[in-house]
Design a protein around this ligand. Structure first.
Ligand SMILES: Cc1cc2nc3c(=O)[nH]c(=O)nc-3n(C[C@H](O)[C@H](O)[C@H](O)COP(=O)(O)OP(=O)(O)OC[C@H]3O[C@@H](n4cnc5c(N)ncnc54)[C@H](O)[C@@H]3O)c2cc1C
Length: 362
C-alpha cells in the first residue's frame, strides 16, 4: 500500500456533501476511481445519518433535501431516519456508480512542494493519493463539542453527548440534566421527560424561539450570516444559532408543561449533580451534553489553514488560502440543501481550476 495513486480530485466523506460533490464530478465527465476517489471512514453508507438515534424518525426530521438526481420517495415517516437515509444513500451510490471506498480514514493532507506539480498528498489508513484538487466533506458528527466545567471529573453519574444519545428509554427513572439550547437539546428533553424521574434544562444564553414560518427568505438571511463569518475566517456557527428555535406545537406544549423551563448554566459539577454560585443545587444521575459539534477538519491541520480568528477563511466553498481545496458542508453549507448546492459549486470551480492549470509534469 505504499504506492501513491494519482487522481484529479479526492473527495473526503460520503455524507450528503460528499455524495453531492461526487455526483457533479461524475456528471461533468470525471470517472470514478480513475479521475476521482471518494473516501469515507464509516463501514457503510449514510454519512452521519447512519449514527442518529432510533427515535429520530424520518417524519421528525425537517427539511431533509434529497440528493441531486434521485428523489427519496415513499419512505415511511415512522421509520428511523438512520435506516431510511442509509438505504437511500446506498441506492444512490450504486445508481451513479460512485464507488465510495470505505472504511478509509483520512489522517492528513499535506502540500507536496518538492515535485512541483502542485498536488496535495492525502494520507489515509489505506495508503496515499496525490491529487490536484480536494473536496473535504467531513461534516461535524465526528467532533462532538464537550464544554469543560469545574468538578466535571468528580461526577459519579453518567455523562454523554448527543452523538451518543441512545433514545429516551435509557433514561427511565433517572434524574437528567440536559445542557444546550439548540434543536437537539429541546428534542432530547421532550422525549426524555415522560420516562425520567426529573429533567433540568440549562443553557448558556436564554433560548430564542422563533414565531411564524421559516420561509426561504429567512433561510437565506440565516445562511448569509454564517457565510459572512467564514468569509472573515471566524469559526462557523450552527444555522440554528442564527435562526432561533422554531416554536412548534411540541415546543409550546413543552413550555406549558414546564419541561422547557430553562435555567442558566450551572457553575460547577459535583459528584451528585450540578450547582450554581448562589448555592442552588440539582441532583442528577445523568448529564446529557447537547452542546453541538465542530467541523471535523483535523486532517487538514498540516496545511495550516486556520486563521487567527480560529476558523478557515472561505470564498464560497473554496479555501481562500489554497484554491485547490474546497470545504463542502462547512459553515453556510452545513445543511442538506446547502450541501447539495455547495457540491455543485465546488465542482464547477475545480473544473475551471484544472482547466486553467494543466499539470507541469503529467
Ligand atoms: C441530529 C441532527 C439532525 C439534523 N437534521 C437535519 C435536517 O433535518 N435537515 C438538514 O438539512 N440538516 C440536518 N442536519 C444537519 C445535517 O447533518 C447536514 O445537513 C448534512 O446531513 C451533513 O452532511 P455532511 O455530508 O456535511 O456530513 P456527514 O453526514 O457528517 O458526512 C461526513 C462523512 O465524512 C466522513 N468522514 C469524516 N471524517 C473523515 C476522515 N477523516 N476520513 C474519512 N472520512 C471521514 C464520515 O464518516 C461521514 O460519512 C442535522 C444534524 C444533526 C446533528
Amino acid at each position: 500500500m505504499n504506492d501513491i495513486r494519482e487522481v484529479d480530485v479526492v473527495v473526503i466523506g460520503a455524507g450528503q456533501a460528499g455524495l453531492s460533490s461526487a455526483y457533479h464530478l461524475r456528471r461533468t465527465g470525471f470517472v470514478p476511481d480513475r479521475d476521482f476517489v471518494v473516501l469515507d471512514h464509516s463501514p457503510g453508507p449514510g454519512g452521519a445519518w447512519r449514527y442518529r438515534w432510533p427515535s429520530l424518525t424520518y417524519g421528525t426530521v425537517h427539511g431533509m433535501h434529497a440528493l441531486p438526481g434521485m428523489e427519496l420517495t415513499g419512505a415511511d415517516p415512522a421509520r428511523p431516519s438512520s435506516e431510511v437515509i442509509t438505504e437511500y444513500f446506498d441506492r444512490y451510490e450504486r445508481a451513479f456508480g460512485l464507488r465510495v471506498r470505505r472504511p478509509v480514514d483520512v489522517r492528513a493532507v499535506r502540500a507536496v512542494r518538492e515535485n512541483g506539480d502542485g498536488r496535495l498528498l492525502v494520507e489515509s489508513s489505506e495508503g496515499s493519493w496525490a491529487t490536484r484538487a480536494l473536496i473535504s466533506a467531513t461534516g461535524t458528527w465526528d467532533r462532538p463539542f464537550w464544554p469543560r466545567y469545574p468538578g466535571q471529573e468528580t461526577f459519579r453519574g453518567r455523562q454523554l453527548h448527543t452523538a451518543q444519545y441512545p433514545g429516551p428509554e435509557a433514561f427511565a427513572g433517572l434524574r437528567v440534566v440536559v445542557v444546550g439550547g439548540g434543536a437537539s437539546g429541546t428534542q432530547h428533553l421532550l422525549e426524555i421527560a415522560p420516562y425520567a424521574a426529573s429533567t433540568t434544562w440549562v443553557t448558556r444564553r436564554p433560548p430564542v424561539f422563533r414565531e411564524g414560518p421559516f420561509d426561504e427568505e429567512a433561510g437565506r438571511a440565516a445562511v448569509a450570516l454564517v457565510e459572512e463569518r467564514v468569509r472573515q475566517g471566524l469559526p462557523p456557527r450552527s444555522v440554528v444559532s442564527v435562526t432561533g428555535l422554531p416554536l412548534t406545537d411540541a415546543i409550546r406544549q413543552g413550555i406549558a408543561d414546564g419541561v422547557l423551563d430553562r435555567q442558566p448554566m450551572f457553575d460547577r459539577i459535583t459528584p451528585d449533580g450540578v450547582e450554581w454560585k448562589d448555592g442552588r443545587r440539582v441532583e442528577a444521575d445523568v448529564i446529557l451534553w447537547a452542546t453541538g459539534f465542530r467541523p471535523a477538519v483535523d486532517h487538514l491541520a498540516p496545511l495550516r489553514l486556520r486563521e487567527p480568528g480560529g476558523g478557515i477563511r472561505m470564498e464560497g466553498t473554496r479555501v481562500a488560502a489554497d484554491p485547490r481545496i474546497h470545504l463542502v458542508g462547512y459553515g453556510p453549507s452545513a445543511s442538506t440543501i446547502g450541501a447539495n448546492r455547495a457540491g455543485r459549486a465546488a465542482v464547477r470551480d475545480i473544473r475551471r481550476l484544472l482547466a486553467e492549470q494543466p499539470l507541469a509534469a503529467a
